[in-house]
Design a protein around this ligand. Structure first.
Ligand code: GLY
Length: 369
């Protein structure tokens, strides 16, 4: 059983299908989108090893000749070098604008393949088959594609919507526990930013989602995608409301910068801590009730995610360094800090003129040096 959620963007509208067994039916799903029965699958070694045979089998049964482009797993692949490799392989395969490429993996593969699709021969269609919880509920939906540069993450990219997203819940059963929890941070994010009833549902059912119980997992992914679709429909290129999806990201990116964007702190973990900090900062500023901030913190902690600076590392972070990272963040405009803050559980807002000194003081109250 699968559910289909429409991302309604006029001529760029597409479905996000959420359910079990979708990879086995990918060939049928892709067939109406392609002119020639051929495609390239951009994937990474880990995903290809685990699930490649299922996808190849499905495409082959549909008579589609697919060539895998297998990149190294990890954030370092989301680079100009990685992009050059993928686009060169696409050129060698002589794919043209009537063809479709498939992004098969987590957020790194989706962002890289999506950006390659955005610029290859001035734009080619692509299908997202996300294989992590984070990619299913966030990065595969909404058309943000990018690579990193030595100056920061996601600094070179394009909005390029996929033609179809297949979120196959079966693949999550092989996802490492830590990555599952990291992806779950983005699920709680939707409840915290805009749907109190969903937040309450997650308080009650979060453990079942993390245990990958089929009904709870399907409900969590589908509701997250519905919320993302609704926000993207209203604000495709992030002129306003879409920025709410960055709840926890300003604090989170600063923490990721300080910890080296790697295994020490996964992106979703940084978002978990960042959301807890954003709620407590909102409370410290008198914008949100302290009890609501404590409840947000408790729900994030219950998922095994960090909520305090000391959960991330014993050595104190330097408050000024964290704030400097925030000022360099691409969301900062004219030197003022932009944060997503909260009025209450289920109601976040964009705060464009946050005082850096208040953030520094708050971080010190949270144990930063
Ligand atoms: N991941 C945030 C967004 O898609 O806007």
């Amino acid at each position: 059983m699968s559910r289909a959620i429409l991302v309604g963007l006029g001529p760029r509208s597409y479905q996000v299908r959420v359910g079990a067994g979708l990879i086995d039916a990918a060939g049928e799903a892709v067939t109406p989108l392609i002119k020639r029965r051929r495609t390239a699958i951009v994937t990474d070694e880990t995903v290809w090893g685990l699930h490649g045979a299922r996808l190849m089998g499905s495409l082959t049964r549909a008579g589609i000749a697919a060539t895998p482009i297998v990149v190294a797993p990890g954030e370092q692949t989301k680079s100009f070098e990685g992009l050059a490799e993928v686009t060169d392989r696409l050129l060698a395969l002589e794919l043209d604008r009537g063809d479709v490429i498939v992004a098969f993996g987590g957020g790194v593969v989706g962002d890289l393949a999506g950006f390659a699709a955005a610029i290859y021969k001035r734009g080619i269609d692509f299908v997202q088959i996300p294989t992590t919880l984070l990619a299913q509920v966030d990065s595969s939906v909404g058309g943000k594609t990018a690579i990193d540069t030595p100056r920061g993450k996601n600094l070179v990219g394009a909005f390029h919507q996929p033609r179809l997203v297949l979120a196959d819940l079966d693949v999550l059963s092989s996802l490492p526990e830590r990555e599952m929890r990291a992806g779950y941070a983005e699920v709680i994010k939707y409840g915290l930013l805009g749907d109190f009833a969903f937040f309450e549902w997650l308080e009650a059912n979060g453990a079942a989602v993390l245990a990958r119980e089929a009904v709870a997992l399907s409900q969590a992914v589908a509701r997250s995608v519905e919320m993302k679709a609704e926000i993207v429909e209203e604000d495709e290129i992030e002129q306003g409301r879409r920025a709410l999806l960055n709840l926890g990201h300003t604090f989170g990116h600063a923490l990721e910068s300080e910890t080296g964007y790697g295994e020490a702190l996964l992106h979703g973990e940084a978002v978990g801590a960042g959301m807890a900090l954003a709620f407590r900062f909102s409370a410290a500023q008198g914008l949100c009730d302290a009890q609501e901030a404590a409840r947000a913190t408790a729900a994030i902690a219950a998922a095994g995610l960090p909520t305090r600076l000391s959960d991330i590392r014993a050595e104190p972070f330097a408050a000024e360094r964290l704030v400097r990272h925030m000022a360099q963040d691409k969301k900062a405009q004219d030197g003022r800090l932009t944060f997503i803050l909260a009025r209450r559980l289920g109601e976040a807002f964009v705060a464009k003129d946050v005082d850096a000194a208040a953030v520094t003081q708050f971080l010190k109250s949270e144990g930063a040096a």
